[in-house]
Design a protein. Sequence first.
Lengths: 201, 144
Amino acid sequence: MAVVASETPFHVLAVDDSLPDRKLIERLLKTSSFQVTTVDSGSKALQFLGIHDDDASTVSVHAHQLDVAVNLIITDYCMPGMTGYDLLKKIKESSSLRDIPVVIMSSENIPSRINRCLEEGADEFFLKPVQLSDMSKLKPHILKSRCREHYEQEQQHQQSDSNSNDCSSPTNMSSSSDSSRKRKAEDNEEILPQKNRPRHS
Amino acid sequence: MSAANQLAALIANMFATGLLDDQFQQLQMLQDPSAPNFVSEVVTLFCHDGERIIGELAKLLDKPTVDFDRVDAFVHQLKGSSASVGALKVKNTCIQFREFCQQKSKDGCLKTLETVRINFYELRGKFQTMLQLERQVNGFPPNN
């Protein structure tokens, strides 16, 4: 039978250099039924995600990281060293990570900062202190990215099916699906649906 | 007065005198049987963090040439964590402090550091009493 995806707890990676703030965001996320990992810097976040700073553009996810699917990244903007914005850019530059939704948090309401983040691909911007009501904005972004992922998976399966036939089957044979298939070949370490299988209870 | 009543009165007083704001209530609402010590944990982290930051600020402002960017960065941190725990008075003092950093006024910074220190330690003292009373309410004897 089909697995009900909503029963699987989503896993959020929270990044914040402030200890009290980390405690708070962790509690907010757990209260909202997310599984949470917190780290105190952008470089630790990248490490956790299996990417090293210097080769963020290379497909280099370590094998053991494949079991730790991250469904959303929420990060503070102002951090020493790598800012939340820098982290966002690295994530979007990575072929294996770029589809993970990213939310930026900041205590400062600076429109140009907010726009810059959204333009760089952030899905949402939260003003600190983050509230419980903000948590309900997270799931839609996760579901949206998973729908995209499933669609791409289906595209790939349809492609390999139709390739094994002599006659062309009524599948999408446009150039856009060719490029998505090519991208899929590069991204074969991308989070596959089975990684988000329900936890054993 | 029972410990529970003392605790309620203390917290009410902290709200009434502007030491705490709504955000502290948010923290209280996040505490439940699955996280029974959440408030005391966050408050304790804030107190340690605040003390550390005030120490760094004192060091930076003690130099003959002050690096106002670094001072501002620390004040920003303290402002952030005070906002997160609902420490209204400390947060507002940090806002003033940042203005003196922008103006690169060593005098202004030193004076405001003193105010931050006074406000922070006032808050910390009350937080410590709060945590003690909470322990009593939960059935632990008062610490001596």
